[in-house]
Every structure is written in C-alpha cells, then in structure tokens.
Design a protein around this ligand. Sequence first.
Ligand code: SF4
Ligand code: SF4
Length: 155
Amino acid sequence: MGNILKEITNSATALAKGFSITFKTMLRPTVTENYPHQPPTFEDRYRGLHVLRRDENGLEKCVACFLCAAACPSNCIYIEAAENTAAHRISAAERYAKVYNIDYNRCIFCGYCVEACPCDAITHGHGFEISAYDTNALIYRKEQLLEPLPASAKK
Ligand code: SF4
Ligand code: SF4
C-alpha cells in the first residue's frame, strides 16, 4: 500500500513539473519567424551574402590586393586587377578589381575574407536567399556584390 501511495505521489509530482514548464513556455513571447510573409530578423553579425563597399566619394574600396582570395579556404574568390587612370578612376588606390567573383557553390561563410581585407572593402551582408537550380547562377559577379552609389556621389 505504501509503495502504491509513493508511486502515485511521484507520478503526480512529475506531471506537475512537466506541466509547469508547459505553462511557463505558453506565457513566453512567440519567437517563430513569419518568413516568407515577413522578413526575418538577423543578428548584426550574421554572415550572409558579401557586400563590396564604397568609400564616401562612391569609389570602390577594393584595391585588388588579393588578400581575401589568399585567405579563402574554399578557393571561391576570383579577382582580376586593373590599373586606375586619371580618366577612369574606380578606386582611390593604384589598382581596382575589374572582375570580382564569389562562387557561392563553394563558399562556407567563414568570414576569413572579411578579416583578411586591409581596406574593409568586403563585409558580410544579411542576404541569404540564394537558392538556384543552375549552379552558374551561384557565381556572383562584382556588379551583384557592389553596394549602390551613395546619394552624395550620384551627381
Ligand atoms: S566567407 Fe570564407 S569561404 Fe566564403 S569567400 Fe570568404 S573566405 Fe571564402
Ligand atoms: S576585397 Fe579587400 S582583401 Fe580582397 S582584393 Fe579587395 S582590398 Fe584586397
């Protein structure tokens, strides 16, 4: 008889414990994202699609030093450098990246390229919708990665 009573008490305690967690969770705010109907929220340091940055004059910050490509463990950055001229100035330095591709078939979003860049020319943005049926579509060109011209440089 004593054993049965002990078992009933233990079961009731376990049930009460379980339900207390259920009720506590029911009262917490909902954290489910309503994607795709609403844009998801990201932490500031989320590593999404890369962004090639411009300076305050609208010039490209990338100086084609290849350090990001050298740091990339997936070998997915392809750069072709070219010289700036007085008539055709793309970056504030001697050279600029004429071609800058990132192959998102291979990128593991490790952030090494961002850390390696001495000019803060490449950062991670919050873009993430990159699924594609064609792997060629996952090779992003400079034109897709470059941030838009600032309003002050559009004149
Ligand atoms: S995030 Fe990593 S894998 Fe992707 S391009 Fe940069 S260094 Fe390469
Ligand atoms: S993004 Fe930065 S590290 Fe990469 S080539 Fe341009 S300046 Fe050099």
